[in-house]
Design a protein around this ligand. Structure first.
Ligand SMILES: Nc1ncnc2c1ncn2[C@@H]1O[C@H](COP(=O)(O)OP(=O)(O)O)[C@@H](O)[C@H]1O
Ligand SMILES: [Mg+2]
Length: 343
């Protein structure tokens, strides 16, 4: 029996999991991880699957604590510790990827204003400034000068940054409206958001006490996202927005000419870190070498599920329907035989 936490959001895995269970006659039950007796609810289950998200403050509060607890007790969980401890934490990913010598974009983190200011004096610009959290390019900025960097650092060590950039949200809605993928109602919602902040902002503190920068890797018209689930990998390029360097969240996908070296790196890192699933975002330096900008256990299914096929870890291409949610489930079920819950 598989337990699935079924709170859905745009691009979430839940619908795909449930469809897969029904199609393959796999017994499952829907559970609510927010219930206080959730541990009792999953006692008769072999596994718990929860596509937890940074957009729900409840998930940020305790998804990892619950998943790791069940994992320690011998249940199979998705995502497990190796897969998700670094989720929505770009600073954590920096240490992890540096530790295993993976090709991360050169990245710098400071925990005091003076350390950051010293570094700013001695480095070159432009650089990229990021919060450790966020998605869709919301908290990623190009910093052209020392002055701009200093202003960001000052803020990082005073008021800090809100987890939600309502102006970015409104601009994105206007951009999507112009390209026909958002409605007037969507723009109205963006305006309302200027006044009424979402729960995940109201319920969480602002980001502060650190400053995170990366070298700016110029001249990328897209990023390349490689998603690895078990022995399969999917690829997509996401085109950068007009007059912008950011691809994440642009909604413009291309599935051809995906760099095989990036696919190989994604498989290698996933294997070494024992990841159940991972999306790696790559940009390319002036020698066309792929560099990772961030990684994430979860990924939007909307773009990647249109990929025309997948690679296996021998880097052979297989044309055909892709089903990352189903592959995640297959990975979980493969382990059932060995480990039973001791709960
Ligand atoms: N160091 C960098 N150099 C060049 N482009 C970058 C860099 N970091 C991020 N980008 C661009 O900005 C986008 C968003 O950055 P990313 O770190 O993936 O944050 P998010 O979590 O918002 O997706 C990426 O898709 C990429 O196009
Ligand atoms: Mg990204």
């Amino acid at each position: 029996m598989i337990a699935i936490h079924d709170r859905r959001f745009y691009g979430s895995f839940n619908a795909g999991w449930i469809e897969y269970c029904i199609e393959n006659s796999i017994p499952f039950k829907s559970v609510n991880c927010y219930d206080s007796d959730i541990v009792a609810q999953v006692r008769d289950c072999d596994a718990l699957l929860w596509h937890h998200s940074h957009v729900f403050y409840e998930d940020v509060l305790f998804a990892k604590q619950l998943l790791y607890s069940l994992e320690q007790a011998g249940k199979r969980v998705y995502p497990d510790f190796n897969t998700t401890w670094h989720f929505d934490d770009k600073v954590g990913q920096k240490y992890l990827l540096e530790s295993i010598g993976a090709p991360l974009v050169p990245s710098y983190v400071f925990y005091s204003k003076s350390a950051a200011v010293d570094w700013i004096q001695g480095t070159s610009f432009p650089k990229v400034f990021k919060l450790r959290i966020g998605a869709g390019g919301m908290h990623v900025k190009l910093v052209a000068s020392r002055e701009q960097a200093s202003a960001l650092v000052k803020r990082a060590f005073t008021s800090g940054f809100s987890r939600y950039d309502e102006w970015h949200n409104l601009k994105e809605r206007l951009r999507r409206y112009r390209s026909g993928s958002d409605s007037v109602y969507g723009i109205f919602k963006g305006v309302v958001r200027l006044l009424l902040r979402p729960a995940f902002v109201r319920m969480q503190s602002s980001e502060k006490g650190y400053a995170y920068f990366q070298d700016f890797i110029a001249d990328n018209e897209s990023d390349t996202r490689i998603v690895v689930v078990g022995d399969r990998a999917l690829g997509e390029k996401r085109l950068v927005r007009e007059n912008d360097f950011r691809a994440s969240g642009s909604g413009k996908f291309v599935y051809s000419n995906i760099d095989l070296e990036a696919v190989g790196i994604a498989f290698d890192v996933s294997r070494r870190l024992k990841l159940q699933s991972a999306a790696f975002d790559f940009v390319f330096d002036s020698h066309r070498r792929p560099l990772i900008v961030e990684m994430s256990y979860g990924f939007g299914t909307t773009g990647i599920c249109n990929a025309p096929g997948y690679w296996t870890s021998d880097l052979r291409w297989h044309e055909g329907r892709v089903n990352p949610e189903g592959w995640i489930l297959e990975g979980i079920m493969r382990d059932f035989g060995g480990v039973r819950s001791s709960l």
